[in-house]
Design a protein around this ligand. Structure first.
Ligand code: ADP
Ligand code: MG
Length: 616
């Protein structure tokens, strides 16, 4: 009798155990088979599923195929054609490299391979049952067919763990879609119980994206593309104004491999910074291509995780590229006049949609005409014409009297001016006017731009505030007469806590006993006479933001300040003020969306007007 207790497990047992790692459910088989077909340079890949993969998962591809010897060898554990040394991992260009998938799958299913190489006369069929492989040579279709039947037939515990067909099929489809997204140059078809459910022809990335993710989301995304020698990032990200509907759809592919990476996700999300509320996750579909030597995907057999050599650099790169894409993109929503609201609406700008068809209640009111000062000769006063036509019209006004507006030729003149007009520019904007002291209207090349004065100012002040936290010298206007504020203990305490930041913003506060605070100076943007009121409002808003959104201290204070110090809807602005506001707005990093994610600007194109007036 020997006392040696340790023995090497027979392959059939080892494979079954290994299978537990690689094959958790039908979806894992789908992933391994699809990846193998892609690695084999296939152009067309068909996937057949029966009973959610429980009875059949079959792949048919037109790739490289295998010779008879390989058709047998591929079923051995650690049998791979993709690497031959550990160093090869440094240059890995394939999905596979472990040589574990087929051996594992074969250990827990009945497997059939039919394969033939492109230039061969003879191919092979291999049938595996109960761990035994039987090879037959013969003539087969070029490429490879692998059928995985009755998954887990010999491991009943695993089989019992499988979820309902609906759930398992959902997982399969999710993986199928992800992989299809990563290879638009390959045509993919999915057949479920003999019915074709997905048919993606060879396409560009954008076309594939539309086919897989859905057409309508394509209008709500910004294309990203940054290519360098060392690293490239491309794909699509959600416009900030399209956040709500996109929850839960984030796809990151690293060298065409779908990965889940907290670091990469954070780099993307944080680029949206104040455009996102807590809990908002923007859609994205991003591809990063990088030298394989710089990453390690050898972390887990399912290979979803990834380790980077220069984590920080990658983070900075992704963050910067996304930030740039967000900032440089024309994020102004175009508004269309709709006769049937709700129909065919792609973006959720309900607020800005024409509220109803033919709404005759919103028209110029002539009721109070008598009270208005009598005009001389013209419908418009000189002042109004000045506003309407702006600076560049000064010359025209010199040669033609103001009354020319009534002249039939005036329309032509107006047209010439406007079509000669380039982009929005404070020097040459032909008109800038206020609508009900709430919206600023100005002409742009493509039509009309409408700016919400309050949110525009809010955006400007928010960025100013955030910058002032970093700066050393606060810009403060000293008050001639100091204001005394008697606050409740809670406010007093909060003011004390926020004092360092408030000082940076430009507040000059002195704290006395009995909850008394004296305001000696305020930021330049605070209207004189409203110091105490504004400060109180800021505190209220700060508290609300803290409780509801758990905003970080500085972000919160900047948001509260900008919201409360900004020009309100209803505040009258002079033409000059409006021009300065528009200028400053476009100097911010994000002129299109306010700190809360509301649009600041919308535009209505000339075509839209033409359509409405029946000119087309
Ligand atoms: P790995 O992909 O890690 O190499 P697998 O067990 O998935 O390991 O596959 C083993 C080998 O079988 C591969 O290296 C490849 O040579 C071959 N193979 C698998 N699937 C196909 C296919 N669809 N077409 C051609 N060869 C294939
Ligand atoms: Mg493989």
């Amino acid at each position: 009798m020997t006392d040696k207790k340790i023995k090497i497990l027979p392959d059939s047992v080892a494979n079954k155990i290994a299978a537990g790692e690689v094959v958790q459910r039908p979806e894992s088989v789908v992933k391994e088979l699809l990846e193998n077909s892609i690695d084999a340079n296939s152009k067309n890949i068909h996937l057949y599923i029966k009973s959610a993969g429980k009875t059949l998962i079959q792949i048919i591809d037109d790739g490289d195929g295998m010779g008879p010897d390989d058709a047998l060898a591929c079923l051995e554990r650690h049998a791979t054609s993709k690497i031959s040394s550990f160093d090869d991992l440094q240059n890995l260009a394939s999905y596979g490299f472990r040589g574990e998938a087929l051996s594992s799958i074969a250990a827990v299913s009945q497997l059939e391979i039919k394969t033939e190489r492109r230039d061969d006369e003879i191919g092979a069929s291999v049938v595996v049952d109960e761990g035994k492989a039987v090879l037959e040579k013969g003539s087969f279709a070029k490429g490879t067919s692998i059928a995985v039947k009755n998954l887990f037939y010999n491991t009943p515990a695993r089989r019992n763990f499988l979820k309902s067909n609906t759930t398992e099929l959902k997982h399969i489809i999710e993986t199928f879609r992800k992989i299809s997204l990563s290879h638009p140059e390959i045509s993919f078809k999915l057949f479920n119980d003999d019915e074709i459910v997905f048919d993606y022809p060879q396409a560009s990335l954008e076309e594939r994206f539309k086919a897989v993710i859905a057409d309508n989301i394509a209008d709500s995304v910004i294309a990203v593309k940054e290519v360098t020698d060392y690293i490239s990032l491309y794909g699509f990200i959600a416009k900030p104004t399209y956040l709500r509907k996109s929850k839960g759809e984030q796809y990151f592919f690293l060298n065409k491999r779908y990965v889940v990476s907290k670091i990469l996700n954070h780099a993307v999300f944080s680029a949206y910074d104040d455009l996102l509320d807590k809990g908002d996750y923007p859609f994205f579909l991003l591809f990063m291509d990088i030298d394989p030597a710089k990453i390690d995907i050898n972390v887990h057999p399912a290979k979803l995780e990834v380790k980077f050599e220069d984590e920080k650099d990658i983070y900075t790169f992704v963050h910067a590229v996304i930030k740039k894409a967000l900032g440089s993109h024309d994020l102004v929503p175009s508004v269309t006049f709709q006769d049937t609201p709700g129909e065919k609406e792609k973006l959720d700008f309900t607020r800005f949609r024409n509220s109803g068809a033919n709404d005759f209640t919103d028209r110029p009111s002539f009721a109070g005409a008598q009270e208005q000062p009598k005009r001389k000769g013209s419908i418009f006063s000189d002042e109004e014409i000045d506003l309407l036509f702006g600076n560049i019209n000064k010359e025209i006004k010199q040669s033609a009297p103001a009354a020319a507006v009534e002249d039939p030729f005036a329309e032509k003149q107006f047209k010439e001016i406007s079509s000669a007009e380039p982009a929005l520019d404070s020097e040459t904007t032909p008109f800038i006017i206020s609508l009900h002291n709430k919206y600023i209207l100005c002409q742009i090349k493509s039509g009309l731009m409408i700016i919400d004065q309050h949110v525009a100012h809010e955006r400007i002040l928010y960025e100013k505030a955030m910058n002032s936290f970093e700066a050393d010298i606060p810009f403060s206007q000293q008050l001639l007469f100091s204001q005394t504020m008697n606050c409740d203990p809670a406010d007093y305490q909060l003011l004390l806590e926020l004092e360092p930041y408030l000082t940076k913003l430009g507040f000059d506060l002195k704290f006395f006993s009995k909850n008394t605070v004296v305001i000696d100076g305020v930021p330049q943007d605070v209207k004189l006479g409203s110091e105490t009121y504004v400060l109180n409002e800021i505190l209220d808003e700060y508290r609300k933001n803290y409780q509801e959104k758990k905003l970080e201290e500085r972000d919160n204070l900047a948001k509260s300040f900008s919201c409360k110090a900004a020009i309100k809807a209803g505040d009258r602005m002079s033409e000059r003020e409006m021009r300065v506001l528009v200028d400053q707005l476009f100097a911010t990093s994000m002129p299109y969306v306010c700190p809360h994610g509301r649009p600041i600007i919308i535009k209505i194109s000339l075509e839209e007007f033409d359509k409405k007036f029946g000119r087309t």
